[in-house]
Design a protein around this ligand. Structure first.
Ligand code: FAD
Ligand code: NAP
Length: 542
């Protein structure tokens, strides 16, 4: 494959859609392997999640030292994180630095949305169309479009009649928003809301939070990252990354409290409290890793859930508000949140919680939000209503595969992939952190690096073998989908209406999309590659 343009007269060898953490590393890795690449990104800047989500309080909830690339020793050593959990501006600065450091920008086309991609069976190439009306061809397409990039703005009656400003957390204005002295409604209580609410409460005159499902959240105990701790991790970064690749969730290597060693049932009740309290005091997502069986046994799960509920009652002054804030679903079933003062915010006299669990929001009116028959007058509305996760961004692209078959049609009963990487009927298309891979159930940087390296390795192998085409087989895909369902079925994940299941989007097929367990998955991918891409068909050989 040539340096200028791609094979078979294509514009480039590979078109990558998206310039977030995945697209940036994909470009770097493919370029290093000698492929020509063009990245097409809808946003006016790089960074993906960290470009779009600029709401107050936005930050990572995997420790910064682990929520970072591990592919380059010097980058790892040079970059200094300032906080245990980095803010959105800091993560965006990091990604801008990566783009400059590896000279990535010259192959990235910004402010351009890919609207369609059509496979040509004769030439085994893709033609990608953009919203600017351009057409570009490539042998391969990599969809690095993000699991959480398609914002969900629910179709609430009267939504567009509101006369004040409204914002979605995932599309926050870049110039910032001044809500000082304003009455503000927040719709939603997921991770974005949990981060934004304490900060918005500081700014606004009055904050009204509309809660459909109460949320479990654990304290971040965020703070400045002590230089000695950063130096200690940097001194053993190779080991840290290796430990994370062997962790079920792709992180945890910098945590003082290691992975769980005992099942809940094997620990005496008083000792369980102690173990959970230790995790609560440490802060962060590792709370869910106190015991081995929290996500597989309903009884065990209830122990952790009851602990958090008791904390809510301890923190929140008004017992009725504490009760409303106390979730009843399985803890971890919806993604656990990590906060800085979320529950305590409801002790403020200027913050009100409105329970909409039975009737939802009835309407948005020109002057506010109506729920439970009551009108709540506000000056601004914040939609913290999440994303059409895992498949939303892919569904917005008109993919036409073999025989012109639409991806939307192929996935009408839910996404079907082989390893979360390939789709039968869509040759030469790769997904980064696609449905059917650990993706959102892991530290996503760990998951992204594993996928990018697998895809790049695969393209190198195809080139070395003279193959121009690769396609997942329907049989391997059916088996894989069954495997993902079986693994999910061993856990408590499918037990509530989460976005993992697509349950947050009306009409979306209810299918558990991510695969729990990073290490066996990564081993399987390596195995597939080592065995000549078992489950894929390669060809034709020139
Ligand atoms: P994205 O960053 O979503 O990038 C995808 C890009 O593709 C976007 O820029 C989008 O504009 C572009 N795109 C999509 N469709 C098209 C198209 N048709 N044409 C052109 N461009 C397109 N994960 C963690 O592991 N730890 C965390 O702490 C964490 N915190 C998060 C905080 C927030 C607020 C959110 C929303 C998510 C968080 N995540 C976290 C998940 C996060 O999405 C991933 O960690 C990671 O940033 C995903 O990178 P990506 O490149 O795969 O996707
Ligand atoms: P989310 O978890 O899907 O939360 C959306 C919230 O909006 C939920 O409380 C949901 O209620 C509510 N909602 C949705 N539609 C509604 C409607 N029509 N009426 C009323 N309420 C409605 O979305 P998110 O908070 O943006 O987070 C998405 C994911 O991004 C997270 O799970 C996480 O993976 C990632 N994230 C991470 C961080 C971090 O801490 N680093 C921060 C933000 C996001 P129901 O629960 O009842 O559906």
């Amino acid at each position: 494959m040539g340096r200028d343009g791609g094979t078979a007269g294509t514009d480039v060898d590979v078109i990558v859609v998206g310039a977030g953490l995945a697209g940036l590393y994909m470009l770097h890795r493919l370029r290093r392997a000698g492929f020509t690449v063009r990245v097409i990104e809808a946003g006016s800047g790089i960074g993906g999640t960290w470009y779009w989500n600029r709401y107050p309080g936005a930050r990572c909830d995997v420790p910064s030292l682990e929520y970072s690339y591990g592919f380059d020793d010097d980058l790892e050593q040079d970059w200094e994180w300032t906080e245990r959990y980095a803010t959105q501006p800091e993560i965006l600065r990091y990604l801008e630095h990566v783009a400059d450091r590896f000279d990535l920008r010259r192959d990235i086309q910004l402010a351009t949305r890919v609207v369609a991609a059509t496979f040509d069976e004769v030439t085994s190439t893709w033609t990608v169309e953009t919203d600017a009306g351009e057409r570009r061809t490539a042998r391969f397409v990599v969809a690095a479009t993000g699991c959480l990039s398609s914002a969900n703005l629910p179709d609430i009656p009267g939504r567009d009649s509101f006369e004040g400003p409204s914002y979605h957390t995932g599309r926050w204005p870049h110039e910032g928003v001044d809500l000082t002295g304003r009455r503000v409604a927040v719709i939603g209580t997921g991770s974005s809301a949990v981060q934004a609410i304490p900060v918005l409460a500081e700014q606004s005159a009055e904050l009204v939070v509309f809660q459909r499902t109460a949320t479990y959240t654990v304290p971040a105990h965020n703070g400045a990252l002590p230089p000695a701790q950063q130096a200690e991790v940097k001194a053993r970064y190779r080991e840290v990354r290796a430990v994370n690749r062997e962790s079920v969730v792709g992180f945890g290597a910098t945590s003082v409290l290691g992975p769980p060693t005992a099942a809940t049932a094997d620990v005496a009740p008083a000792e369980r409290e102690h173990v959970l309290a230790e995790r609560w005091d440490q802060g962060g997502l590792a709370f869910l890793g106190a015991f081995t069986d929290t996500m597989t046994s309903a009884e065990a799960n209830e122990v952790a859930a009851a602990f958090v509920r008791s904390k809510i009652h301890e923190i929140v002054d008004d017992p009725a508000v504490a009760e409303l804030l106390s979730p009843t679903q399985v803890i971890g079933c919806k993604r656990l949140c990590v906060d800085s003062g979320y529950y305590a915010t409801f002790n403020r006299p200027d913050v009100r919680l409105v329970d909409i669990s039975s009737g939802g929001i009835e309407a948005i009116t020109p002057t506010g939000v109506r729920a439970n028959g009551e009108d709540h007058g506000v000056d601004a509305i914040v939609f913290a209503t999440g994303f059409d996760a895992m498949t939303g961004a892919l569904a917005k692209i008109r993919f036409a595969g073999v025989g012109g078959r639409a991806l939307a049609e192929a996935w009408s009963e839910g996404p079907k992939t082989y390893l979360g990487l390939g789709v039968p009927g869509f040759p030469n298309l790769f997904l980064v952190t696609g449905p059917g891979s650990p993706s959102v159930l892991a530290n996503m940087v760990t998951a992204i690096e594993q996928h990018v390296e697998w895809i790049a390795g695969c393209l190198e192998d195809l080139r070395a073998g003279g193959h121009e085409r690769i396609e997942a087989t329907p049989e391997a895909t059916e088996d894989w989908v069954a495997h993902v369902n079986a693994v999910a079925g061993f856990t408590l994940f499918p037990s509530c209406n989460s976005w993992y299941l697509g349950a947050n989007i009306p009409g979306k097929p209810r299918v558990f999309m991510p695969l729990p367990g990073f290490p066996p998955y990564a081993a399987r991918c390596a195995d597939v590659a080592a065995h000549g891409y078992e489950g894929f068909v390669l060809g034709p050989v020139r």
